[in-house]
Design a protein around this ligand. Structure first.
Ligand code: 3PG
Length: 210
């Protein structure tokens, strides 16, 4: 997909956080995401299947595929080699961020307080993951920490569900919300991609009411 990941994420306002145990599920999952109206995938480096899953998903020209839970510079390399077009990390590791920026791949590291945000600004970033959103204080904290940094956009992730999605999306500082609720691992391992597509479509409707 020859588009800027940040623009695709901003347009759809959702980032599905995916854990794949079996790269054989990558292609049907990618198709379910696209059919459900969400052509974005954040495939996490929490399993050995991550790089191969990214490779298979990235072959789908309709999908914008990124790598999540990227903790090392080596994983940045693996992700980019596999075809990932963006990098997401749970925390802000300056080494990982600099490496991604040097390689020209957009990176959204996790932050949860003003010091983290300022470290991100110092590295030249203006889009940051807010993680773990609900556990650190939710919408109330995000609203408070957004105030001094009006040019920073956040992707809150962690504990987001259909019940609180809109509360986050209504904040001007929120670019999109991340989460795993629309791509449950049990449905994926059962190859129940129809359910995944339905959950994705429901999330898309909720995030982008017409
Ligand atoms: C992540 O890595 O971003 C989170 O584990 C996703 O959080 P969630 O499972 O609460 O949506």
């Amino acid at each position: 997909m020859a588009t800027v990941p940040q623009d695709v994420i901003e347009k759809h306002r959702l980032v599905p956080v995916i854990v794949l145990q079996d790269a054989g599920h990558a292609e049907p999952l990618g198709r379910a995401l696209v059919s459900g109206g969400l052509p974005i995938a954040e495939v996490t480096f929490r399993t050995d299947a991550a790089a191969e899953s990214i490779r298979r998903m990235a072959e789908n020209p309709d999908l914008c595929v990124g790598a999540g839970t990227v903790l090392t510079t080596d994983q940045v390399d693996q992700a980019q080699d596999a075809g990932a077009s963006f990098i997401v990390s749970p925390g802000l590791n300056p080494k990982v961020v600099r490496h991604a920026l040097d390689k020209g791949i957009p990176v959204f590291p996790g932050v949860s307080n003003p010091s983290d945000i300022e470290m991100g600004l110092d590295l030249g970033l203006n889009t940051l993951k807010f993680f773990p959103a609900e556990a650190v204080g939710g919408v109330k904290l995000l609203k408070a920490v957004s105030a001094p940094y009006h040019h920073v956009r956040f992707i809150p992730t962690g504990g987001i569900s259909p019940a609180n999605l809109k509360d986050y999306l209504q904040l001007a500082s929120v670019l999109a919300c991340g989460g795993s609720w629309m791509v449950p691992q049990d449905r994926i391992t059962q190859s129940d991609f129809e359910s995944v597509e339905r959950l994705v479509a429901e999330a898309v409707t909720l995030a982008n009411p017409s």
